[in-house]
Design a protein around this ligand. Structure first.
Ligand code: SF4
Length: 433
């Protein structure tokens, strides 16, 4: 049964969109005080946050156009076989709703996806129509992020890119084998094909834009193609792939399709946070029996992703065959440093930018400040701290004017001190460090 009341639709379709992490946090259960009261909560869906190219945080209305779906992806609450309330917006309803929320200052943009209720081109057309209506009829200048429906044609992607700031197609799972198992209606070839179409179109528009350096008068924003680029989402922990496979895949996606972001979404069982061994929990034997999302793993993957994008690491440097999982207790940059102690210590008064980026506790901003400041004077550890370096981590890996804070001699000891574990991953009691 499809719901027709607008309020019901908003509740159903914003709730149905909350598992897409492409523009939001995931897995948080929110906080409450001792009486269970809350001011602000992370679980009820509807508005999420995203970051624009220039680093601004924008709040987005995050909804599905429809949660009816022909597909039966095992990990998804909206799958065909799920016994849930179904609803669909009309283009006008959604455009009006977005404008109304925008006027009331609740949101600055729209994140729109949909279940696959019909042929992919028809579903994509609805999303494009909504964006086009917003831009042309409502004069909406806010941020729009549209999902590309896998299987839709290149022409549809071209249309979508004319009205949306960002497009994304979810890769969902790290391998074709996993996709066949949990999302048998989807194909890796189709998903990668859509990414490829996007990057081809993006390059084509960029080339065109370069040729017409100065825009002739009368050219509008529709002459640009999705200026905020494309992103994707990958579910972590629903299948058996290790972090090395995920990091390698991420790296090749960035290289091949110039993605702006890969979002990792810790697997949440579609039955919710159920008790292990409950009937619902075991309903689908293809899904792992984990009762809470692997949030630490998700967090470490984001850190590894950061190393790929901003710290010029290669995927092979982050993980190898012998240790295919990221260390849960220390960040991947520190883990790399501990495996490569012969690279350290680094003298901060001489090292180049690339070398500075390799030091745990020194970020890209601090590395730039170091280069700038040392033009006029010699740096010491105190200067380093003031520039934003985290000396708790950096202290084992740097010298300033030849002097150490601590010599990087014993990786197990450093790991223990930095992670609060015994070096084999076991958490130490607080009094031991
Ligand atoms: S295609 Fe799969 S993931 Fe997308 S809404 Fe349908 S069942 Fe869910």
């Amino acid at each position: 049964m499809e719901y027709t009341d607008l309020n019901e639709k908003i509740t159903i379709l914003s709730g149905a969109a909350k598992y897409d992490a492409s523009c939001a946090t995931s897995g948080s259960s929110g906080f409450s005080d001792s009486k269970g009261k809350k001011l602000g909560a992370a679980v009820p869906a509807g508005v999420c946050h995203s970051w624009t190219e220039d680093g601004r945080c924008v709040s987005l209305l995050k909804v599905l156009f429809s949660n009816s779906c022909k597909y039966d992806c095992a990990y998804c609450v909206n799958r065909r076989s799920a016994d849930i309330k179904r609803a669909s917006f009309t283009v006008k309803e959604l455009a009006d709703l977005t404008c109304e929320f925008y006027r009331r200052n609740y949101i600055e943009g729209l994140f729109l996806s949909s279940g696959i209720f019909s042929d992919p081109d028809i579903v994509m057309e609805k999303l494009i129509d909504t964006a086009r209506t917003l831009r042309t009829e409502s004069g909406f200048g806010g941020y729009i992020h549209l999902k590309i429906i896998p299987g839709t044609g290149e022409n549809m992607i071209r249309q979508a890119g004319l009205w949306a700031d960002r497009l994304s197609v979810n890769i969902e799972l790290p391998t074709e084998k996993s996709l066949n198992c949990l999302a048998p209606d989807k194909s890796g070839k189709t998903i990668l094909g859509a990414m490829n179409d996007f990057s081809g179109l993006s390059a084509e528009f960029e080339e065109e834009r370069r040729k017409t350096k100065f825009l002739p008068q009368g050219k509008s924003r529709t002459d640009f193609f999705a200026p905020a680029g494309q992103s994707t989402q990958l579910i972590v922990g629903a299948t058996k792939e290790n972090d090395r496979q995920i990091v390698n895949l991420t790296s090749s996606l960035y290289k091949k399709f110039s993605l702006k972001r890969v979002y990792y979404s810790a697997f949440i069982h579609p039955g919710g946070f159920l008790k292990k061994n409950s009937r619902e929990f075991n309903a689908d034997p293809r899904l792992p029996e984990i009762i809470s999302p692997p949030l630490v793993r998700e967090h470490r993957l984001y850190q590894a992703d950061w190393l790929l994008r901003f710290y010029h690491f290669n995927a092979e440097e982050i993980l190898d065959e012998d240790e295919p999982f990221l260390d849960a207790h220390i960040d991947p940059k520190t883990a790399w440093a501990l495996k490569n102690l012969d690279f350290f210590p680094v003298e901060i008064n001489r090292a180049d930018y690339e070398t500075l980026l390799r030091i745990p506790g020194i970020g890209a901003k601090t590395a730039r400040r170091i280069l700038e400041t040392r033009r006029s004077r010699k740096l010491n550890m105190e200067n380093l701290r003031r520039m934003g370096a985290v000396l708790k981590r950096a202290r084992y890996f740097v010298t300033a004017g030849g002097s150490f804070i601590e010599r990087p001699d014993d990786p197990l000891r450093i790991r223990r001190l930095l992670s609060g574990t015994d070096g084999a991953g076991k958490q130490l009691p607080l009094f031991e460090f």
